[in-house]
Design a protein around this ligand. Structure first.
Ligand SMILES: O=C(O)CCC(=O)C(=O)O
Ligand SMILES: [Fe+2]
Length: 287
């Protein structure tokens, strides 16, 4: 049981193939470590002000700083990384559209035990999605080196094909060790969890996740990013955040307006479009 590593120029198809086969993979040094160090510097005041979790799952020695698109220009860049967007599109095969699900700087402080091994898609009210039908695609960027000692994410490769609702121990999993600037890709069905931090230093990772646009976002982007900031963001980023209709009719505003119209009058499409052509698109074979 091991986690496959890809070179940064391997291409999105290789990531998609490994997510289908193993449920996860690492792309080594996809961005210069200095870019993630820059992100950490931008977020340092916010991280310092973030209280630790109040339950075992969020982690009593773990700080989770969100709202990153409001707080960090580098997060805006990383969330739109071309390899990531192409891989997400491939993993969420057949989706009319996908959107950002959450942005989180996860800082695991020394002494934190292993997080309960889980599937991220359990957030959707534990709905038993069909095996092989991925509803979300996640990235976890290493700001610091991820090691077995400092709390590298633990994953169980291949477990995306196992039954739902299983319980695992830390020993059933392997550590996603990786260098700063590397990124772990994993789907919503793979069993995983944050590792125990048995080192003397904090382990910082950047979690950016994406989901089919007909599902509710974990992090509410409309409220996490104040409107005066959102108004200044580029249109593709706004669409990714959810300022777009989710599929045929989801998320419109008042008189069937495209949500983008609220921030950029004249930029969004009008009406819902043709039902028959939407049906035709959706009828394409899905995995
Ligand atoms: O921080 C990590 O390594 C993973 C965290 C995680 O899986 C979660 O919070 O859902
Ligand atoms: Fe998770």
């Amino acid at each position: 049981m091991r986690i496959e590593h890809l070179d940064r120029d391997s291409g999105a198809e290789a990531v998609v193939a490994l997510l289908a086969r193993d449920g996860c993979c690492v792309v080594d040094r996809l961005v210069p470590p200095a870019l993630l160090a820059g992100l950490a510097a931008e977020l340092e005041p916010w991280l310092a002000a973030t209280p630790p979790g109040i339950d075992g799952f969020s982690g009593r020695r773990t700080r989770r700083t969100g709202g990153l698109l409001a707080r960090s220009p580098i997060a805006r860049e990383l969330v739109q990384h071309p390899l990531v967007l192409a891989a997400v599109k491939g993993v969420l095969d057949g989706a009319t559209s996908f959107q950002l699900h959450l942005t989180q700087l996860i800082a695991i402080d020394p002494g934190e035990p292993c997080q309960a091994i889980h599937r991220d898609q359990w957030a959707f009210d534990f709905f038993p999605f069909p095996r092989g039908y991925e509803v979300q695609c996640n990235t976890l960027w290493a700001i610091d080196a991820f090691t077995a000692e400092n709390g590298a994410t633990r994953v169980i490769p291949g477990s995306h094909r196992q039954d739902d609702g299983l319980r695992f121990e830390e020993a059933d999993s392997v550590a996603a060790e990786m260098d700063p600037g590397s990124v772990l890709f994993y789907g919503g069905a793979i069993y995983h969890g944050a590792g125990a931090n048995r080192s003397a230093a904090t382990r910082r990772g950047l979690n950016l996740t994406y989901a089919r646009a007909w599902l509710r976002q974990e992090e509410n982007q409309y409220l996490s990013v104040p409107r005066e900031i959102a108004r200044e963001l580029p249109e593709p980023l706004l669409r990714l955040m959810g300022y777009a209709r989710g599929a045929y009719a989801l998320g419109y505003v008042d008189d069937l307006r495209d949500p983008l119209e609220v921030l950029r009058p004249g930029a969004g499409g009008a009406g819902l479009g043709d039902l028959a052509s939407a049906q035709e698109r959706a009828a394409r074979p899905r995995r």
